[in-house]
Design a protein around this ligand. Structure first.
Ligand SMILES: [Zn+2]
Length: 380
């Protein structure tokens, strides 16, 4: 082969190679930039806020893991674990400072993750044997002051005690809780706030001087309306759990994930621009349709059962596909809830292997849900 021919051959080869590697790069690029069609707007995780000692790890977890999994909404259950300047007397030990909370805000912003702060209002003001800050500091707000927390809790019990509630008719309670809401919404730079309000068993107690004898649906709705109206002033969208708005007897769902004390009628008394977080952990009860048909945006919330969660995912997709145009967008998506603390959740995320995962594990379910969502979004 002459020198000229060799140069020509080399030049052709180089040109072919570079053209093929350019093509490869272009393909890779187009794969990278190919717009992914979101199957629904909310792809969420509900989790307790971290303690300051775990903050670095939590921020890294959002930055590296949750963002790449496609989580776009975090409901952060902060409660009394923030250093409120309006009510320092209500701050738990080891609460996040403003600067610490801002680090979570920053990493969420970086990845376009919607951060929804949460305080559980009305119910869940105690755990079985421990009263939480609001009622510890302001025992006059207790709906059932005559019910004493036992040293050793058992269910069922004579008092039907699950968690304490504050009295929604107490004239001073809202001044306090609204100040907390305002601070959290401000520090989180949030456009939505989750007010909890699940599993409220103590409401309109016969011994409450303000509530006795009143219609429980009205008491519940009035409290929702107060919180909603307050949030409206800062143009903040209200989220809440849906269980108290479902008729537990008619649906046969019982008194945990639905209401058997009459509060379900509040569904027709409250504003429709509230997003309902519709949690069902044991079965894929199709109650998202109930909320959407009443005019609410609804987010379906699974926990730890993979089969149930995938069924809920399929329902959400099917509801969006089969509903009329004006209704389909109300099925906003899904938000898995973790009842592990954030440390335990992160430990499981990084350490547990498939072999050690048990049935009924929320980490397994979390990973499976997002794998499925990502797969569906990638398919043509
Ligand atoms: Zn009361």
């Amino acid at each position: 082969m002459s020198k000229f021919a060799l140069i020509l051959l080399l030049s052709i080869l180089t040109s072919c190679m570079s053209s093929s590697s350019r093509q490869e790069a272009a393909t890779k690029n187009s794969q990278k930039t190919k717009p992914v069609k979101a199957i629904f707007p909310v792809k969420g995780l509900s989790i307790k806020s971290p303690k300051p000692a775990s903050l670095d790890r939590f921020v890294k977890f959002i930055d590296e893991e949750l963002s790449s999994m496609g989580v776009n909404t975090i409901m952060l259950r902060i409660g009394y674990d923030y250093q409120y300047s309006s009510h320092p007397e209500l701050v738990n030990e080891g609460a996040l400072s403003n600067a610490e909370a801002k680090r979570i805000v920053a990493v969420c912003k970086k990845h376009d993750i919607k951060l929804i702060p949460a305080i559980n209002l009305l119910g869940h003001q105690s755990w079985h044997s421990k009263v939480y800050k609001l009622l510890e500091v302001y025992p006059q707000f207790d709906e059932t002051p005559h019910v004493k927390l036992p040293e050793k809790y058992e269910w069922p019990n004579a008092d039907k005690l699950y968690c304490k509630s504050y009295c929604p008719e107490h004239p001073d309670v809202h001044k306090v809780v609204f100040a907390l809401i305002d601070e959290l919404v401000a520090v989180c730079e949030a456009d939505s706030f989750h007010a909890g309000m699940d599993e409220v068993f103590y409401l309109g107690d016969d011994k409450c001087p303000r509530c006795a004898g009143k219609d429980k649906a009205k008491l519940f709705a009035d409290e929702v309306i107060r919180i909603h109206s307050h949030l409206k002033k800062s143009n903040t969208k209200m989220w809440m759990w849906g269980d108290r708005l479902i008729d537990g007897k008619a649906t046969a769902m019982g008194f945990w994930e639905a209401s058997e004390n009459g509060t379900h009628r509040a569904i027709d008394l409250i504003p429709k621009d509230i997003t309902i977080a519709d949690w069902h952990y044991e079965r894929a009860d199709p109650t998202a349709v109930l909320f959407a048909a009443k005019g609410f945006d609804v987010v379906t919330v699974p926990w730890r059962l993979p089969d149930v969660t995938i069924e809920q995912l399929n329902q959400t997709i099917s509801n969006r596909k089969n509903s009329a145009d004006g209704m389909k967008q109300r099925f906003q998506g899904m938000m898995l809830t973790s009842w592990y603390g954030p440390d335990s959740f992160m430990d499981r995320y990084y350490q547990i292997t498939e072999n050690t995962l048990k049935k009924g594990d929320s980490m397994k379910t979390f990973k499976l849900l997002f794998e499925q969502i990502n797969q569906l979004e990638k398919s043509p």
